[in-house]
Design a protein around this ligand. Sequence first.
Ligand code: PEP
Ligand code: MN
Length: 566
Amino acid sequence: MRVAIQGTRGSFSEAAARQQWADAEVVACREVGDVVKAVREGRADTGCLAIENSLVGSITPTYDLLQEAFGDSKLYLNREILLPVHHAILGVRDGSLSQIRRVLSHPVALGQCRSWLSQHLPEAELVSSWDTAGSAEIVGRENDPAQAAICAAHASQAYGLKVFEDRIEDDPTNQTRFLTFGSERPATSSTVPQKTSLIVWLDHRPGMLAAALQAFAARGVNLTSLQSRPERSAPWTYRFYFDVEGATEDPRLAEALEGIEALAARIVILGSYQAWQHEGKTASPAVMAPPQQRPKPNLPLFDRAQRSEGTVVRVGSVEIGSGRPVIIAGPCSVESAEMILETAKAVASAGADLLRGGAFKPRTSPYDFQGLGTKGLKFLAEAREHTGLPIVTEVMSWEEVPLVARYADMLQIGARNMQNFALLRAAGRSGRPILLKRNGGATIEEWLHAAEYVLAHGNDQVVLCERGIRTFERATRHTLDLNAVALVRERTHLPVIADPSHAAGMRSIVPSLAMAALAAGAHGVIVEVHPDPDHALSDGAQSLDLTTFARLAEKIRSGEPRTAAL
Ligand code: PEP
Ligand code: MN
C-alpha cells in the first residue's frame, strides 16, 4: 500500500498510516494539495490527511482541500483513523532545556502544548513550521542548542536529537482524526459501522441550516460532526461540513440526503467509509437500525393477542396498567413556578401518582395563553424535585421531543396531534412513555393505529387516553366515550385512562365521570386541578379546586369493587 501523507519521516501522519497499514510505503508530501496530486497521478494508492484534533479542533486546510479536490473529480473517502498523539520536546544531543530560545513545530502541535510551553519556556519564540517531524529535521540540521522541536519522541533517532521531555501535550487524551481517500469508491460494509461526510451550500435565509439538520434528525440519523468554512468568493457566507453515522446505502440516510439535495443550493458527498473502531467496541445500533418501511406484522402490535396479560407502563416508580388505578392531576397549564409547586404539593398529599401541566399548549385561538414553553418545563421539574411526583406534559411537534423528553417523565400527545405522524414516530424513538389522547373526531380504529405508529417505532410504553368525542350534544364540551374505554380494554393490551375534565368542560360532573370511567375499566384518570380555578389561564371551568380534588382522590382510593365488568 503506497500512502501519500503531508509531512515527512517520523510525522504523525506517517504513524497514522502505519497504524492502519503496518508495512505502508510512505509517499511524503510537503503540502496537503500535493497529497491529492500524488493520488491523482497514481504515485500513491491512498492519501491520508489529518482533519481534526481533539484539543485544537478542525484542521482547516484539509477542510478547504476537500472542497476543492472532491468537488469536481472522482475521489472518495474510504477510511477514518484515530491516532493517539503524544508530543515530546527535542533538541541537540548535548543541549538542555534551559538553553532553548526557539521552539519549532506545526502550529496544531504548538497549540496542543500551550500550557506546558507557557509554564516551562515562557520566553521562547514559537515558530510555525510545515510539519512536526520536519521541525526536528531542521533542528538536527542546524545543530543550534537554542532551538528545539515539538514532535513525536520517536523522531529523535531519525534526526540525531535528544528527548528533553516526553508527553508534554495539554491533555493525555489528545488524539487526531485522519481521513484516507482514493480514486475508487470503497465497498461499503453492513457489519462495520460506517460514516458519511458531505459538504452543503445553503441559501442565506432563516431556517435553512435547521431544515438540513432536521432532514437527518427526523430519520434518526446521528450527526457526529458539523463544521463551517467561509466561502472565499462570497465574504460572510459559509459552507457546511456534515459527518453522519451510516452509509449512503442506508435507506434512512439515503432519504435524508434526498431531502437535503432538494433543499440545498449545492451538495458534495465526499463518501461513505469505515468509521474508526475502538478495540472491543462493536457497531453502534443506530447504524444498523431497520429502514423506515416496516414489514407489516400479522397482527397489529396493539392487538390484545400480542400480550394477553396486558402491558404495564412504568413512569418512574408508578405503574399504569396494573391493578391499582392511577391518578394524574395538575393544572391545564403551568402558569408560574409558585402555582405549579402549590398544586403539586396539594395533589401529592391528596394521593396523586403523577403531576400533569402543559408548558406547550395547543390552543384553539392564537390569542389565548400559549403556555410558558421551556420555562414551564423547568418549573415542572422543580415541582418534581419537591414532591417526587413524576411529570407528564404535552409535546406538540417532533422537533421539540428531545427538549420535552429531557424534562418530562412521560410525553403527552394531545388530541389535536393524535395523527401527527412525524410526532408519533419521534415519540416512538424518544425512550419515554407516551400518553396518547384520542382526537375528538377520531374513531377507535384510528386512535389504535396512531398508537401503532409509536409501537412500530420501538416504544411499547403507550397509555391510551379517552378525553371525549364530539357529538350532537352541546350541553357539555365533549361526550366522554365510555364505550371506547370498555372496548379498547378488549381490543388492546395497552393501558387506557380517561380524562373527564376535557370531556365535560365543566367541573361539576368531573368526579362522576371519573368514577364512571374507572367502573368501565379505565386503569386511571387524568384530572385538571387548579388552586384558583376561576382565575386559571386555561380550562378553568373544568378544573377542580384543591379540596374537591382531594375528595375525589379519596373516593377513588377507597372505591371497592372498582370495575363493573363481570
Ligand atoms: C390538555 O391536556 O390540557 C389538553 C390540551 O388536552 P386535549 O389534547 O385532550 O385537548
Ligand atoms: Mn386543558
